[in-house]
Ligand binder design. Structure first.
Ligand SMILES: Cc1cc2nc3c(=O)[nH]c(=O)nc-3n(C[C@H](O)[C@H](O)[C@H](O)COP(=O)(O)O)c2cc1C
Length: 296
């Protein structure tokens, strides 16, 4: 009832683990896949191992989380065996990758064997990476083209909401040959400890995720669905089946869940069963609710 084809991948449901949450080992990725995710996405992998920003790197705030991890990762060079372990679950494994230029991205995509690549051009707190690249349409187009030339696997481009016009970045990814776009990465944000007067995060500022950003993400998905020919994958603040349905009605072909996984490892099973019961009660199919908010 929930199965679908997404950029050539067969998914048992449209629910995926978002990049950066429980995605640093093959064992944890497999555990999420075994717990009902339709696909899993790795932590973003770069050229060299990196330890990220100083602590604190994550803090809970009203309605969500602030993080400035700074892209800690073991490097793609040490990660193929983890992807292979995760693939043991029989669920597609998508490699999230980042770099400072097109050459970095194409080097990684040319070597790693994954079911698809998600290009992180949207992390808001890593100097020289992420959103520093993903706010420039020409760079996004060039990087997407370079990765497409380096691999036969589908290429998804993950967008930042920290721009004036997300559509122009989505169109650049589409021009570069992206098979899908993913919206959104975290929203640039910060918090200050009023007792000391210091910014709380080690990096001073970071990205907001969780419930607070869902309406922002819904609007981005809605606008991208109208403007692009390629599928949009929704992410941002999903914590139950109603949120997932809302994203699909906004125009997301599939969705990713990040922050909410921390509170509930079974969340993918819970969302799937809630969606199935809702669709049955309404006598709607997944295809019928896809982009429904545009048709009314
Ligand atoms: C602790 C943490 C680490 C993250 N690391 C990555 C990452 O490595 N690459 C990436 O593209 N997004 C990363 N993200 C962003 C998420 O994948 C997602 O886009 C964002 O958190 C919004 O979804 P959510 O509200 O469901 O968490 C991270 C988010 C969090 C909270």
């Amino acid at each position: 009832m929930l199965s679908l084809a997404l950029t050539g991948l067969e998914l048992k449901n449209p629910l995926m683990l978002a990049a950066g949450i429980m995605g640093t080992t093959g064992g944890s990725l497999k555990r999420i896949a075994d717990n009902g995710a339709g696909a899993v996405i790795t932590k973003s992998l770069g050229i060299e191992p990196a330890s990220g920003h100083n602590n604190p790197t994550m803090v809970e705030v009203d309605c969500g989380y602030l993080n400035a991890m700074g892209l800690p990762n073991p490097s793609y060079k040490n990660f193929q065996q983890e992807i292979d372990i995760a693939a043991g679950a029989g669920t597609p494994v998508i490699a999230s990758i980042f770099g400072g230029c097109a050459l970095d991205f194409s080097e990684i995509a040319g070597v790693l064997d994954a079911d698809a690549f998600e290009l992180n051009v949207s992390c808001p707190h890593a100097w020289g990476y992420g959103a520093q690249i993903g706010t420039d349409p020409d760079l996004v187009e060039d990087i997407t083209k370079a990765v497409k030339a380096a691999t036969d696997a589908p290429v998804w481009v993950k967008l930042t909401p920290n721009v004036t016009d997300i559509i122009s970045i989505g169109l650049a990814a589409q021009r570069g040959g992206a098979d899908a776009v993913v919206a959104i990465n975290t929203v640039r944000a910060m918090a200050i400890d009023i007792n000391s007067g210091y910014p709380i995060l080690g990096n001073r500022f970071g990205g907001l995720s969780g419930r607070a950003i869902k309406p922002v993400a819904i609007k981005c998905v809605y606008d991208l669905y109208d403007a692009l020919k390629i599928p949009v994958i929704g992410v941002g603040g999903i914590s139950d089946w109603k949120d997932a349905i809302e994203f699909i009605m906004a125009g997301a072909r599939a969705v990713e869940v990040g922050s909410a996984v921390g509170n509930n490892i079974s969340i993918f099973k819970d969302i799937s069963s809630g969606m199935e019961a809702f669709l049955m009660e309404k006598e709607w199919t997944l295809d019928e609710i896809y982009g429904m908010a545009h048709k009314i």
